[in-house]
Write a protein that binds this ligand. Structure first.
Ligand code: KIV
Length: 272
C-alpha cells in the first residue's frame, strides 16, 4: 500500500505546524485503548486523539457529557503506553474547564501528569478564552475545537451541520482567529460547510483538522470505531468506512459459537 507520508521519528506540535506550512495533510484518528493505539501508531498516524467520544463508543452513553476526568486519564494512559511516534491529544471532558480557568488548568495538569499525554483539546471559542490562556501559560499545548462541539449538544439540540448562516459563520471565523492568537497549536472544525472550513484554514497559519468539514482543510480526523465499521447505526455523509468490522466480527463470533457447540473447537492440535 502506498503511504503518502514522511518518515518522522516523532510527531510534535511543531511537526504538525510544519506539515501545514509545506502543504502536507495531517492524518488523525481517535483511539482509547492500548491494543488499538499500538496498531494505529505503527500504521503511521500523525495524531491520536483520545476523544471524549469514548463516552459513546467505549461506555455506551448517548452523549459525551458523562465521561469523567478519571475515565479520560484511564483511556489516555493506555494509549500513551502504546505509542512511540505519534502526537497524543487528550480531550478535556465536559465540566472540567468551562467557566473556571483555575479548574481548567488543574484538569489539564492532571491529564498531562497522570496519562503522559502530549496536549489537550478544548471545545469552544471566546467563551473559554480565559481557560485556554491559563492552560497554555503552564506550557500545555492546546488544540481548539469549533463548529459542532458535542459537549454543547443540549444547547444546539441536534447534531446537524453548524455555521450555515452568516452570523454563526462570522462568529466561527472570529473564534478561529482568536484561538490562533491565544496560542492554540491547531484546531478541529467539526461539521461545518466545506467553503467556510477552507476559508478558516486559509486564514490561519496553525493547522485546521476537519471532521465533516470538506477537503479544503489541513488534515482529517475520524472516530476509529466508525471508520472501521464497528458502529453501524451511525452513517453521516462525511464518514468513509474502510472496513465492515461489525459484520466480520459478528461472523467470527458466530463461527466460534458454532465450533464450540459442535465440538469442532478445540481439535487435536489445539490441546496439550
Ligand atoms: O471526541 C472526539 O472523538 C472528537 C472528534 C470527533 C474530533 O472530538
Amino acid at each position: 500500500m502506498s503511504a503518502a507520508k514522511n518518515d518522522y521519528k516523532k510527531i510534535t506540535t511543531h511537526t504538525v505546524f510544519e506539515m501545514k506550512a509545506r502543504g502536507e495533510k495531517i492524518a488523525m484518528l481517535t483511539a482509547y485503548d492500548y491494543t488499538m493505539a499500538k496498531i494505529v501508531d505503527h500504521a503511521g498516524i500523525d495524531i491520536i486523539l483520545v476523544g471524549d467520544s469514548a463516552s459513546n463508543v467505549m461506555a455506551g452513553n448517548s452523549t459525551t457529557l458523562p465521561i469523567t476526568l478519571d475515565q479520560m486519564i484511564y483511556h489516555a494512559s493506555s494509549v500513551v503506553k502504546a505509542t512511540t511516534r505519534c502526537l497524543v491529544v487528550v480531550d478535556l471532558p465536559f465540566g472540567t474547564y468551562q467557566g473556571n480557568s483555575r479548574k481548567a488548568l488543574s484538569s489539564a495538569i492532571r491529564i498531562m501528569k497522570e496519562s503522559g499525554g502530549h496536549s489537550v483539546k478544548m471545545e469552544g471559542g471566546s467563551e473559554i478564552a480565559e481557560s485556554i490562556s491559563r492552560v497554555l501559560s503552564a506550557g500545555i499545548p492546546v488544540m481548539g475545537h469549533l463548529g459542532l462541539t458535542p459537549q454543547s449538544i443540549y444547547k444546539f439540540g441536534t447534531y446537524t451541520v453548524r455555521a450555515k448562516e452568516e452570523e454563526e459563520a462570522n462568529k466561527l471565523m472570529e473564534d478561529a482567529k482568536l484561538l490562533e492568537k491565544l496560542g492554540c497549536f491547531s484546531l478541529v472544525l467539526e461539521k461545518v460547510p466545506a467553503k467556510l472550513a477552507k476559508e478558516v484554514a486559509e486564514s490561519l497559519s496553525i493547522p485546521v483538522i476537519g471532521i465533516g468539514a470538506g477537503d479544503g482543510v489541513d488534515g482529517q480526523v475520524l472516530v476509529m470505531h466508525d471508520m472501521l465499521g464497528m458502529t453501524h447505526e451511525f452513517s453521516p455523509r462525511f464518514l468513509r468506512r474502510y472496513l465492515n468490522l461489525y459484520e466480520d466480527m459478528t461472523n467470527a463470533f458466530m463461527q466460534y459459537i458454532d465450533d464450540v457447540k459442535t465440538q469442532d473447537f478445540p481439535n487435536e492440535s489445539e490441546q496439550y
